[in-house]
Design a binder for this molecule. Structure first.
Ligand SMILES: NC(=O)c1ccc[n+]([C@@H]2O[C@H](COP(=O)([O-])OP(=O)(O)OC[C@H]3O[C@@H](n4cnc5c(N)ncnc54)[C@H](O)[C@@H]3O)[C@@H](O)[C@H]2O)c1
Length: 342
């Protein structure tokens, strides 16, 4: 009897260990192939669908003429959101609007094309009044417009660092300053700001851009803590790794108005996947979203738990990137490979 019970016990224990090992294996595989932080992935598996949550909402997108902003417009239009499309180039915004109308059930009056320069801060009050005059309210502001950088700090004019702060940080803060009082008055709304993984960590050739995104992280994290009396106002920051867009082509270089010498071919996440995850995050009240393919995401987790080890890995990767850049080669494509020799 005793021997039988012992046998059953050891069977149960080994079944339990197999089950735990299986769960750990599933977690490990999931972790290796994950392209977002766990809260966001959980929301995408079990949370509210954007098609349900965002239908009919009024969403203002800055930087809607290309890349992530353009894709946001397309996916939000399919969700049935009413849109305000802003960027500097009006013709490009009309192109995006036409495509939204062709691929969704929205009507012409559901999309307002509103040219806006983030650098022209004095215009932001009037632009906000125009939007409220047109739709009556704003449910979601997506602060997406911005630029990056491809230059070594030693060769870069401080004017470039200032220009990056003016655009990415002050332009965003200025528009938020106009829209937020409207949301606090209504007691609800979302302000979603596209930061970057290098707003949390760092990247070579992007000192000024990284600083401007770090500033955004600090600003919006602090703002969130000030708005605890408004539980229905969401302040969310999005931290993407490399995503397919025009970002490298439009990057600042060592001097203002000097185009990048080469356009990188860094392995980038498809824009539609990044935007889908963003919309899932917005629909489920996710306050910070990390969105990136591996190994960038893995490196970022390492940064959280073993920063010095992560710095030694990123120093190695960064050195190759800088060597290629100095040699005038495509720096982006070499960030995870050996320096190019031809
Ligand atoms: N693509 C990436 O790899 C990546 C990674 C992390 C963060 N981001 C961030 O995502 C956001 C969108 O960039 P993207 O990748 O789609 O690049 P993009 O160059 O394709 O789009 C940038 C958008 O910002 C607009 N813009 C630039 N200057 C402006 C100004 N003065 N006023 C108004 N609009 C202006 C552009 O017209 C364009 O519509 C940016 O804030 C960028 O920093 C991008």
């Amino acid at each position: 009897m005793c021997v039988v019970l012992q046998g059953m016990e050891s069977c149960t224990v080994s079944a339990l260990s197999c089950f735990i090992a299986f769960c750990l294996l599933v977690c490990l595989i999931g972790f290796i192939f994950a392209d977002a932080d766990f809260t966001l992935l959980w929301a995408s598996l079990t949370g509210q669908r954007p098609e349900r949550k965002l239908k009919g909402l009024v969403v203002w997108i800055t930087g809607a003429s290309s890349g992530i902003g353009e894709e946001l417009a397309y996916q939000l239009a399919k969700c049935g959101s009413r849109l305000i499309l802003s960027a500097r180039r009006e013709d490009e915004l009309h192109r995006v609007k036409r495509h939204c109308l062709e691929t969704s059930e929205l009507k012409d009056e559901d999309i307002l094309v509103l040219p806006l320069d983030l650098l022209e801060r004095r215009s932001h009050e009037t632009k906000t009044k125009t939007v409220i005059g047109y739709f009556g309210h704003i449910d979601i502001l997506i602060n997406n417009g911005g630029r990056s950088q491809r230059s070594l700090f030693l060769e870069t004019s401080v004017d470039v660092c200032q220009a990056l702060m003016e655009l990415n940080f002050f332009g965003t803060v200025s528009l938020t300053k106009q829209v937020l009082p409207h949301m606090t008055q209504r007691g609800r709304g979302s302000i979603v700001t596209v930061s970057s993984l290098f707003g949390l960590t760092a990247a070579p050739l992007a000192t000024g851009a990284s600083a401007s995104k770090h500033a955004l992280q600090g600003f919006f994290n602090s703002l969130r803590t000030e708005l605890t009396d408004y539980p229905k106002i969401l302040i969310s920051t999005v931290c993407p790794g490399p995503v397919q867009s025009q970002i490298a082509k439009n990057a600042f270089t060592a001097e203002i108005n000097k185009p990048p010498p080469t356009v990188g071919h860094l392995k980038r996440m498809p824009t539609d996947r990044c935007v889908r995850l963003m919309l899932v995050g917005i629909s489920n009240g996710v306050k910070e979203m990390w969105i990136s393919q591996q190994p960038m995401l893995l490196l970022y987790y390492t940064w959280q738990y073993a920063p010095t080890f992560a710095w030694s890995v990123s120093d190695r990767l960064g050195r190759k990137w800088v060597q290629n850049f100095k040699a005038g080669r495509d720096a982006d494509s070499a960030n995870l490979t050996k320096p190019k020799t031809s």
